[in-house]
Ligand binder design. Sequence first.
Ligand code: HEM
Length: 131
Amino acid sequence: METRKNISNLDDIKLLVDNFYDKVREDDLLKAIFNNVIQDRWPAHLEKMYHFWQTVLLGEHTYFGSPFVPHAELPVEKSHFDRWMELFVETVDEYFIGEKAERAKWQADRMAEMFLHKIQYYKNNPARPLL
Ligand code: HEM
């Protein structure tokens, strides 16, 4: 029997975000990059990510921020974004099905591509102002 469900409320968002970042925090490629920046502020980061996905997927506007800014100078390249996406897709598909589950993966993929593109652009054009 299919036990996966639609993403339809804030508890679903929390389940997705908590399980995704549990994987990130155990991943050999990604964990150091996150922990170096976040250190002991994981609860605040998770809270922010609930708001981000609540805004994107449920249309409840609780996230106000500039998503790219904290990524601009991270030591990351394509392999890191590929791994991030792999864990995200794995987590979504483990718990959820349906239109919003598909939209979560699509939106994450678009942002991963955009972030990587900007990071590479600024690396190659260091004279340009950031953001
Ligand atoms: C290799 C991939 C990635 C790494 C290493 C990474 C790492 C980080 C770090 C270190 C922060 C800052 C946390 C803090 O200081 O509180 C952050 C924030 C954030 N990340 Fe990522 N991230 C990655 C990919 C993505 C992708 C693909 C998305 C798209 C959904 C995303 C969405 C966000 C958002 C919305 C924030 C909060 C921004 C704010 O402060 O308002 N990240 N990420």
